[in-house]
Design a protein around this ligand. Structure first.
Ligand code: AMP
Ligand code: FES
Ligand code: ZN
Ligand code: ZN
Length: 315
C-alpha cells in the first residue's frame, strides 16, 4: 500500500476518500480537514481564545493537539465525572497530555467541587447516567468558558458521533434538536459559542492521529454508556458505511446543506424566554436551572458505586 501523495509506504487507507497515507501525509490530511471545517463553518477567527473540552479520549486529545498545531490559543478543561476507574484514567490521560506539551488545563471534579458523581446522580434521579452526565458537562463547560472569557468552546465530536446523533434525531423526528445540530453554534445570552472542528474526521482517523503523534489516550469507553442507543446507531451506520464508503459523510453534510436550516426557527424558538437561574445565573426555562436542581437533589446522598448503575440495564 502506497501513500497517495508521495508513494512512500502508507500506514492507513481511507476508503471514504479513496486514498492511502504515510504518517506525514496522514497528519497533514487531518490538519487540512480541521482547517476546512473551521473555514467552511466560520468556527474560530484568528486570534480568538479557545477552550477545548478534554475527556482524555482520542477525539478531544487529537482536537487539542490539532488546534495547537494550527496555531490557535487553545486551553484545555476536563471534568472528573466520578465514574470509577474510567474517570480516573480519563483525567490522568488529559493531565499527562497537558503536562507533556506544557499546555494549560483547567480541572473540575464533580465529587470534590459539587458533592456528587454521575453514578450517584443516575441512581438518585432514576434516569440513564448519560442524561445527568451530559447536562452536567454542558453546564460546567459553558460556565468555565464564560468565566474565563473564552471566545469559543471546542468539543471533540467527530463524524461518527454527529452522524449517529443525526440518525437518532431523524428516527424520532426531534425537530428542535435537528435545528441545533450544527457544527458551529453561535453565542447567545448566557451561552458561549460552540464548535466541533473534528466533524470531517472519523473515529478511526482520530485514533490513528493520536497513535502517530504519540498521544496516550484512554481507549476504554464509558462503562455507563455500554449498550445505549447512541452506540447502536453507530453500529448501524458502520454496517452501511462498510458497504458504501462515504455514506456517513453524505448523510451528515447533505443534512447541513439541505435540511438543517428548515429546523432552525424551531430550535431558536425553544431558546426564547430563557431567564437567568436564581442560584448560578445560567440560562434556564424555570427559576432554578437543571444543574442547580440536580446538585440540590443529590446533596448528601450516599455515593453509589458504578457497578450498580448501567445505562443498558436500567430504565
Ligand atoms: P461524549 O459526550 O463523551 O461523546 O464527548 C463529547 C465531547 O465532550 C468530547 O469530545 C469532549 O470534547 C467533551 N467531553 C466529554 N467528556 C468530558 C469531560 N469529562 N471533561 C471535559 N470534556 C468532556
Ligand atoms: Fe457520561 Fe458515560 S461519559 S455517562
Ligand atoms: Zn506520503
Ligand atoms: Zn443554576
Amino acid at each position: 500500500m502506497k501513500c497517495t501523495v508521495c508513494k512512500g509506504p502508507a500506514v492507513i487507507d481511507l476508503r471514504r476518500h479513496n486514498a492511502n497515507f504515510c504518517p506525514e501525509h496522514f497528519t497533514k490530511f487531518c490538519r487540512d480537514q480541521v482547517t476546512k471545517a473551521i473555514d467552511d463553518h466560520d468556527m474560530i477567527a484568528p486570534g480568538q481564545r479557545v477552550l477545548v473540552a478534554v475527556s482524555g479520549g482520542k477525539d478531544s486529545l487529537a482536537l487539542w493537539d490539532l488546534l495547537v498545531a494550527l496555531g490557535y490559543e487553545a486551553e484545555g478543561m476536563t471534568i472528573g465525572l466520578g465514574i470509577g476507574d474510567y474517570s480516573e484514567a480519563s483525567t490522568a490521560a488529559a493531565v499527562a497530555y497537558a503536562e507533556s506539551r506544557g499546555l494549560p488545563l483547567r480541572r473540575i471534579d464533580l465529587r470534590a467541587d459539587y458533592g456528587y458523581d454521575i453514578p450517584t446522580a443516575a441512581a438518585v434521579t432514576r434516569r440513564v447516567p448519560c442524561s445527568s452526565c451530559g447536562m452536567s458537562k454542558r453546564h460546567l463547560i459553558d460556565a468555565a468558558a464564560l468565566e474565563g472569557g473564552f471566545d469559543v468552546v471546542a468539543t471533540g465530536h467527530n463524524l461518527d458521533d454527529e452522524a449517529a446523533v443525526l440518525l437518532g434525531n431523524v428516527l424520532h423526528w426531534q425537530t428542535e434538536y435537528l435545528g441545533r445540530q450544527v457544527p458551529a453554534l453561535p453565542a447567545r445570552d448566557g451561552f458561549p459559542r460552540k464548535v466541533k472542528p473534528l466533524v470531517r474526521l472519523s473515529e478511526r482517523e482520530t485514533a490513528a492521529y493520536c497513535v502517530l503523534r504519540g498521544i496516550d489516550y484512554i481507549v476504554e469507553e464509558c462503562p455507563m454508556a455500554a449498550g445505549n442507543r447512541h452506540l447502536r446507531y453507530k453500529e448501524a451506520l458502520n454496517a452501511i458505511e462498510a458497504g458504501s464508503p462515504g455514506t456517513k459523510h453524505a448523510f451528515y453534510f447533505e443534512f447541513l446543506a439541505k435540511a438543517a436550516g428548515h429546523f432552525q426557527p424551531e430550535a431558536a424558538a425553544a431558546q426564547d424566554g430563557l431567564t437567568a437561574c436564581a442560584r448560578c445565573g445560567a440560562p434556564t426555562t424555570g427559576e432554578v436551572c437543571a444543574f442547580c436542581r440536580l446538585v440540590e437533589r443529590v446533596e448528601g446522598a450516599d455515593p453509589v458505586p458504578v457497578e450498580l448503575v448501567r445505562s443498558g440495564r436500567r430504565r
